[in-house]
Design a protein around this ligand. Structure first.
Ligand code: LLP
Length: 421
């Protein structure tokens, strides 16, 4: 459920007409709903009620300061994967003890910054990383709290580019080697082993892969405890999928996911952390774009939009489907026509949808890409020197630009000219 609905014949974000925002900020732009963000965060928080838990929003999904502040005010922790994300989380007022640091390639500088600024735990992914972190922490006269990410070798049944829990993926240590790797961690002076971490992939639409992974985590917890490790925290990763189409897909609900966690892991008495990104932000954001031309091609018609692959890369990169709807509500029963919906970038990959049925649209009309709040703005670029598009946050009847569109001069002036030119 989200808060982008037709009211009085036009699409609104909560109580604000999208067309009004478009008139003020220009197109294309991203627009987020505070109510949807809040609702989705709370669904997870409530799903884990009764267990000691922290929902660490995977801020890679959408990391604007205003979004982070909105979630932090509700009590959210953050899952960060770079020094930049760590700095963003801290700048948004998230205390260090609510930040977990994930990722296979943390640098010593990143470790140092997080230890100095405060961190709940590092989710460590390899032996060389353990050695580096122990050294950095020891130099700083402290111990780094860690979990070790285990790779459970389960098939998350998702797109290959976003599956992470198979043995061939670069993530974590093979779960079969947990005993020796934990022994090594316990022997390193700069590490304090607090638990286990697992994350099997993204846009997961069934509970079964989670059940398989969490069962293995429960077994490893018991085994490691028997070995004398004080396993008191389980970070269960993110990955719960969202419905990208209104009709057929119905991924499990956070309540069902929470019930599964309780069933598979509740008896262990561990503190539970989860790292949802997409389900918090995905359907809390849309991308709004304008039709530049309607072009008749040979055997097919094109809607050429002012938004492009650099603004929303998911269709080009993952063949992802996003519903695209007109901002002005079409009349009931109006005849639909197939279009290829494309952007202005000079490559054929700049195609959002092929032969998509759309109601009649004309130059100047606005359309909205639904489910674009996660992995939308954060993955955008300025390819073709198209300025990063603005982000807007709506809260009931108010809206605010939370990242402005840069001017051409601002873009050009980021380059510097060497003395010899
Ligand atoms: N935790 C870790 C360690 C992760 O690697 C990820 C996502 C998450 C949590 C959050 O997963 P989520 O709840 O959002 O599924 N750009 C791709 C998605 C990449 C996901 C990467 N890792 C896309 O647009 O579909």
């Amino acid at each position: 459920m989200d808060h982008f609905l037709y009211k009085d014949g036009q699409l609104h974000a909560e109580d604000v007409p999208i067309a009004e925002i478009a008139a003020e900020v220009g197109t294309p732009f991203y627009c987020y709903s505070t109510a949807t963000l809040t609702r989705h965060y709370r669904l997870f928080d409530e799903a884990l009620q009764g267990m000691d838990h922290l929902v660490c929003y995977a801020m890679k999904a959408a990391s604007n300061q205003a979004i982070l502040k909105t979630l932090a005010a509700l009590g959210a922790g953050m899952d960060v994967v770079s020094g930049g994300e760590y700095a963003r989380a801290r700048a948004a007022g998230v205390p260090g003890d609510r930040i977990v640091f994930s990722g296979v390639g943390k640098t010593r500088e990143e470790m140092q910054a997080a230890l100095a600024g405060g961190i709940r735990q590092f989710n460590v992914e390899s032996e060389p990383e353990m050695a580096a972190l122990s050294a950095v922490a020891s130099e700083m006269g402290t111990k780094a709290p860690i979990t070790i990410r285990v790779n459970p070798d389960v098939d998350a049944k998702t797109h290959a580019k976003i599956a992470t829990g198979k043995s061939e993926n670069k993530f974590g240590i093979p779960i079969s080697r947990a005993k020796e790797v934990y022994a090594l961690a316990a022997s390193l002076p700069g590490l304090d082993v607090v638990g286990i971490d697992v994350h099997i992939g993204s846009q997961i639409t069934e509970l079964e892969p989670y059940a398989q992974a969490y069962r293995k985590v429960a077994e490893v917890t018991e085994m490691l405890r028997a070995e004398g490790h004080d396993i008191r925290r389980l970070d269960l990763g993110g990955g719960l999928g969202i419905p990208y189409t209104r009709s057929n897909e119905a991924p499990p609900l956070p309540t069902e996911y929470g019930a599964l966690i309780r069933e598979e892991l509740g008896h262990l008495g561990c503190e539970i952390e989860i790292e949802p990104g997409r389900l918090v932000a995905g359907n809390a954001g849309i991308m709004v774009s304008r039709v530049i031309y309607v072009k008749s091609g040979e055997g097919r018609d094109f809607l050429i939009l002012d938004g492009a692959m650099n603004d929303l890369i998911r269709p080009a990169m993952y063949d992802a489907h996003h519903d695209i709807i007109p901002v002005m509500e079409p009349a009931a029963g109006v005849e639909q026509q197939p279009f290829d919906i494309v952007g202005p970038v000079c490559e054929s990959g700049d195609t959002f949808a092929k032969q998509r049925l759309m109601p009649p649209l004309a130059e100047g009309d606005l359309v909205a890409f639904r489910s674009a709040g996660a992995y939308g703005a954060v993955m955008s670029s300025e390819y073709n020197t198209r300025p990063l598009i603005p982000e807007v946050l709506v809260n009931e009847h108010q809206f605010a630009v939370i990242r402005a569109r840069p001017t051409f001069d601002e873009i050009i002036n980021r380059d510097t000219i060497p003395a010899w030119l």
